[in-house]
Write a protein that binds this ligand. Sequence first.
Ligand SMILES: [Zn+2]
Length: 207
Amino acid sequence: MFIGHFAVGLAAKRLTPTVSLAVWFLAAQWLDTVWPVLILAGVEHVRIAPQANPFLRLVFIDYPISHSLAGAVAWGLLFAGGWALLMGRRGAAPLLFLGVVSHWVLDVVAHTPDVPVLPRGPYLGFGLWNSPAWTIAVETTMFAAGIAVYARTKRPRASLWALLAVLFALYLGSIFGPPPPNVTALGVTALAGIAVILPWAWWADRG
Ligand SMILES: [Zn+2]
């Protein structure tokens, strides 16, 4: 799942209007921020299957640290605790914890049964990705709903609309574009995306 995670961040902003959208995007995508670092380091492993349907082109051989439920809970505690320490306030920490763990829940819905509960299994995955049409329908609906909820908290600036358009274009590009040429390119692109999206989200949501 891709824009579905950003939808969670957009909607969550309504619950905690003083927390930057950038923080919420990072929380909802935290597992996918750790993951490219770990695949580039060779700690976790993914294989590219160019012939599969666009949502099944990544074969997740193992990702026990970034994507097990045990890992997600630990990352959630670290993320929420780190935020509370850094900001000197605690109010939103439990929600940020849930935001990090929400990534795991949504991935279980989308992935085939390769998402570990404990680092070495059992593995869950309801396989929404088996149907590209349903995946696009569900994620696009979530994204639109997330934007609508955000808009009830504050009117989206033009810079935010631009970011949302870019996110949606990246989503379409990942579906209709070519598969990543190799794992290094995949990891580097994922990190570069985050490095652009987060400051942009902070800037578009500031004040
Ligand atoms: Zn993920």
